[in-house]
Design a protein around this ligand. Sequence first.
Ligand code: PMV
Length: 308
Amino acid sequence: MADAWGKVLLFGEHSVVYGRPAVAVGVSPGTQAVARVSDDETVCIAPWGLTLGRKMEHKIADSVRVLCANLPFDTDRLSVDVTTHLPAGAGMGSSASLLVAVARAFADVRDVRLDDATLFDAVMAAEGVFHGTPSGLDHAAAMYGGALRFVRGRPPQMTPLAVGASIWLVVFQVAAGGDTGRLVGGVRERLGRHPSLEAPLLDAFGAVADAGVEALGAGDHARLGELMDINHGLLVALGVSTPALCAGCAEARAAGALGAKLTGAGGGGCLIALAPGPSEAEAMVAKVARSDYAARVVHVPQTDVRHA
Ligand code: PMV
């Protein structure tokens, strides 16, 4: 069985598209995939109730076709069964996680060793079907998990981060996710209307992300939470938050979160709230979650040296 992580973004969504650093945290379980040889060539995603022919006109089928076109081995006559623990298109990196898991499953069934650079580039091409011009952050997180500082580029800079003291994040899904491509386009238009603000705003995101790296490494949760609040404010400035996301962040703070922010592209989807500890995280879920707020606790363990 092939695996890929989900992710939440602690810092730097949107500004990462403009070359500023971002920080992602892997979410496990994310996605598992098992491939088999079959003439049907299907992609079955049971948790989402989807069975697609790989030749169908459907965004997921389209992206798998682009993925296959960029993999350096024969992917004809392969079907794949996918199990995902991530909500579709809600800011937790579901598409990137799916594509990484599918590529790894196809490589497994063909007995091919897929190197990281080839996998990264193939998923980058396939993610373009969903995002237009993805930064690569989502699938870097899907490949490596852990806590990761990412700067886009060719090649991108990916730095595994030390976590000075375990953190517990509560992920609340407050609405269906927005359209990432459209949200990224909206940010570009807004920045284009205020050219003198573009660099200072984006630099502020970058400074917050790097202060966040320090706070994460030092295990300084109070500082980390406040930086999440600041990052949320910057995302509001870019126009990607919604009243439901802002209200959800305020509710989480009132329920004891040290900080809260939307995570991912925004326009709906998920927010993350930093809990002081595991029992507080559960208490926050009980207090804030309701029928329309799906919740999940993500534990990021303390570590000095991160994943390979
Ligand atoms: O909501 P998601 O998981 O699609 O996150 C997208 C992150 C952005 O920075 C908004 C876009 C990107 O390509 O990095």
